[in-house]
Design a protein around this ligand. Sequence first.
Ligand SMILES: Nc1ncnc2c1ncn2[C@@H]1O[C@H](COP(=O)(O)OP(=O)(O)O)[C@@H](O)[C@H]1O
Ligand SMILES: [Mg+2]
Length: 292
Amino acid sequence: MKPRLFSTLRCLQHENPLGLPRAGSIPRMQRGLPERRSIKDVKKVVAVSSAKGGVGKSTIAVNLALAFARRGLRSGILDTDIFGPSIPTLLNLSGEPRLSSNNQLLPLSNYGVKSMSMGYLVGDAAPVVWRGLMVMKALQQLLHEVDWGGLDVLVLDLPPGTGDTQLTITQQIVLDGAIIVSTPQDIALKDAIKGINMFKKMNIPLLGMVQNMSLFTCPHCNSSTHIFGSHPGVKHACEQHDVPFLGDIPLHPSICDDADRGKPTVVSEPESTRADAFMSLAQEIGRKIDLL
Ligand SMILES: Nc1ncnc2c1ncn2[C@@H]1O[C@H](COP(=O)(O)OP(=O)(O)O)[C@@H](O)[C@H]1O
Ligand SMILES: [Mg+2]
């Protein structure tokens, strides 16, 4: 199949936002709650969430997918952030996905992980200027019209908030669990707790919370600082809301640099203590969903 150009303009003009032929299996209007569907050819699906932006969801999601791959699993990541996709940058991938013979999007791969993102379909600088209905249609296609070709685990990188995207995913997809990422300060935790309550309400298993960017160890003097305060933070929230604590990812400049240059920590510094933190997280999550 030849590559196809998916332009924002064309998407805006068509009812079918990604310009893909419909699979014919997604009903247009459903009465009551739609039934949850499994993502085809994928054994386990884990959502990485937090109601707050900028707390490290995408960074953790991509390192998690890479850590699963390093542990020998067939791993993929689906970027469900339609307005602010990060996965193309994080995996240093771009270009239009090809279509399979049955008109499914074929994922782009790097470092042994398959990926799909709105960013591949609209390009680097093009904004997605859509109303909710268009976003929902695009999301449905990303969820149901990608040919993953057999995966053990698919990580969903969720956008911030508890809105349309989160609702669609929790109502329509069979999720094996959700992970909530938060930094330890109150302003992030308040939103993270909204995320916890949303997953509880939707009866999605909460695998636990990850604390990100809590501790900074100075590379020059080796002293450690709790940048966002030394209050109990995420561990305390876990106790209060009866959610497991999954671990800590330190604040480190190279985690940010690795992400920016499209070679995340798990593959760029595999022997580092930072990569170990992601590997342990993957081990713990893999154990909880019966994969490792
Ligand atoms: N543990 C960390 N140490 C250093 N920088 C981090 C860490 N986690 C995330 N970042 C940086 O913080 C910013 C926001 O992270 P991102 O993963 O995009 O958050 P989100 O997906 O929640 O919006 C990015 O620049 C990222 O590189
Ligand atoms: Mg993100």
